[in-house]
Design a protein around this ligand. Structure first.
Ligand code: 13P
Length: 256
């Protein structure tokens, strides 16, 4: 039985005071939910204050992620970058890797995502690895080829036994920030396909343990239909994670 996992990707939003208020508001209103894992991913500068505020208030159920990290795990001359060790030190437990916006605007590659995933796993961070096809790829019926390529590339060289420790997030690019959600059936079809690739890579038993989130215009109105699909284990949420009431509603609907 896979625990649902809802993660809020705040992207480049929220000044410090608002970030702390959002995270503590979410934590306060979800502390009774025992059947869902919850994660917020503030912008890099807000990660430490958010993690500290949650810790000081005694909230341990809401975990903190960043939206990226560098491949070098400790320190060095890499101007502008942040390492896994620094993220752990700041109170982070998760890291979102390979988001389509990072691939599109910052040249993130499949090989880079794979490298970062290995570093994250080796340093006690749970990677949330994003994959997804563009609208052009979907229309050209290349969705499955694209997804298979991305999954295999992201997981290359990762020990089978470590796969259950990571999370995959299927985010069709045409559904991100567009209000156009994949239908539950469209999403389930791809999630089942991803799980079939995991089975080929590592066997059924391991494939059944890996959590696969859906992302792309997830909101309180559509979460129930998505989360009730057999291979959808949670959501990676952008816009709707920026309001306490919306994120709490997503968490409540996903609480098993
Ligand atoms: P939206 O929920 O705003 O569509 O964003 C999805 C996303 O990119 C989460 O990582």
């Amino acid at each position: 039985m896979r625990r649902h996992i809802i993660a809020g990707n705040w992207k480049m939003n929220m000044l410090l005071e608002d970030a702390v208020a959002l995270a503590t508001g979410v934590a306060q209103n979800t502390k009774e939910l025992g059947g869902v894992d919850l994660v917020v991913a503030p912008a890099m500068l807000a990660v430490a204050p958010v993690a500290k505020a949650l810790k000081d208030a005694g909230f341990t159920h809401l975990k903190v992620a960043t939206q990226n990290m560098h491949t070098v795990p400790t320190k060095g001359a890499y101007t502008g970058e942040v390492s896994a060790q620094m993220l752990k030190d700041a109170g982070c437990d998760f890291v979102i890797l390979g988001h389509s916006e990072r691939r599109q605007y910052f040249g993130e590659t499949d090989a880079g995502v794979n490298h970062k995933a290995k570093v994250a796993l080796a340093h006690g961070l749970t990677p949330i690895i994003c994959i997804g096809e563009t609208l052009a790829e979907r229309e050209a019926e290349r969705t499955f080829d694209r997804i298979e390529f991305q999954v295999r590339a992201a997981l290359a060289g990762i020990d089978d036994k470590n796969l259950p420790a990571l999370v995959l997030a299927y985010e069709p690019i045409w559904a991100i920030g567009t209000g156009k959600t994949a239908s539950p059936e469209q999403a389930q079809e791809v999630h089942a396909f991803i799980r079939s690739i995991l089975s080929k890579l590592a066997g059924d038993e391991i494939a059944q343990q890996v959590r696969i989130q859906y992302g792309g215009s997830v909101k309180p109105a559509n979460i129930s239909d998505l989360i009730s699909q057999p291979d959808i284990d949670g959501a990676l949420v952008g816009g709707a994670s920026l309001k306490v009431s919306d994120f709490v509603s997503l968490a409540v609907s996903s609480n098993a």
